[in-house]
Design a protein around this ligand. Structure first.
Ligand code: SF4
Length: 299
């Protein structure tokens, strides 16, 4: 069996930066992280063994003063900084600079337009409701932004009012373009012809990965996609890989290879030169893909 690991898979810049911040801050003393530092249970468990304690918003409100809390790459709404300040909590801000810039743009748009006359504008975020990054983005608008996931939800918008559209960084470029086209078509027939501004704020370290992954999927006979079950990015990328190669299997740990071992062996029986590729999402650590490779070789 020829096994290779996709060189483009693994943590994006923002996640790498947050994990490096956690590791270096853990050397100085106890550290909390608000939410899972990355949507990968195996990596969270590795850092928890080093002392990182994952907390939620309720915990944040009860932490003693001077506790140190790391904010992950997804970013947080202003209310989190406010709570920390009230409680004397030290924030270690590992918000990805790309997300931070997007938060700043949305806040600037909100501040510019919030007092617009009788017909207030709508800030629209193309994203997943409830996703940590989206909560942080909505917070920049005092939670007035409308979050939509697809064109099916466009009826929630008022096409007589101005629309300012932004995107969660990890959404698909095609989905965003489809939204822009659909909104433009609806506005063309609107008699009031309101302003429509759209900002493609999708992070290219994710968007470019789709093409790279599909090429990798096609170059292999069998594909093992390694990702966390809580990661929406992992689900999206896995589906793209499955489209490119039907022999694609999703695992979240090296042990789960055993669930597919018989299927993989059947393919190899008919094609002894079969190539097996291992790849993952932006939240998948390299060490986990290496562990999957080792388990696969140990037959
Ligand atoms: S996907 Fe892009 S925006 Fe999101 S954390 Fe990674 S580098 Fe930052």
């Amino acid at each position: 069996m020829k096994i290779s690991i996709d060189e483009h898979s693994g943590f994006c810049f923002g996640v790498t930066r947050a994990i490096q911040a956690a590791e270096s801050e853990l050397e100085k003393g106890s550290l909390y992280c608000l939410g899972d530092i990355v949507h990968n249970g195996q990596e969270v468990a590795r850092l928890e063994l080093k002392g990182l304690a994952t907390i939620d918003y309720d915990d944040l409100r009860t932490l003693p003063a001077h506790s140190r809390v790391l904010l992950r790459a997804h970013g947080e709404p202003p209310s989190t900084y406010w709570i920390a300040k009230q409680r004397g909590i030290e924030i270690i801000d590992a918000t990805c600079p790309v997300v931070k810039k997007l938060q700043d743009r949305i806040r600037a748009c909100y501040e510019t337009h919030k007092n617009d006359e009788a017909i207030p504008p709508q800030i629209v975020i193309y994203g997943k409701p409830g996703h940590a990054e989206v909560i942080g983005l909505q917070g920049q608008t005092n939670n007035t932004a409308i979050v939509i996931e697809s064109v099916d939800q466009l009826d929630r918008l008022d096409f007589t009012r101005a629309i300012y559209l932004f995107s969660q960084t990890t959404k698909s470029v095609e989905g965003f373009q489809e939204l822009v086209s659909s909104i433009s078509r609806r506005l063309e027939i609107s008699t009031s012809r309101p302003v429509f501004e759209y900002h493609d704020t999708i992070c290219r370290s994710v968007a470019n990965r789709v093409k790279e992954l599909q090429a990798f999927a096609q170059a292999n006979d069998i594909l093992i996609f390694v990702g966390g079950t809580k990661s929406s990015n992992a689900k999206v990328l896995y589906n793209h890989c499955k489209e490119a190669n039907e022999n694609t299997y999703f695992v979240s740990s090296a042990d789960e290879i055993e669930d597919f071992r018989l299927k993989i062996e059947d393919i190899i029986k008919t094609n002894p030169d079969a190539k097996v590729g291992i790849c993952g999402a932006t939240s998948t650590p390299l060490w986990l893909m290496e562990a999957v490779s080792e388990r696969l070789s140990a037959s």
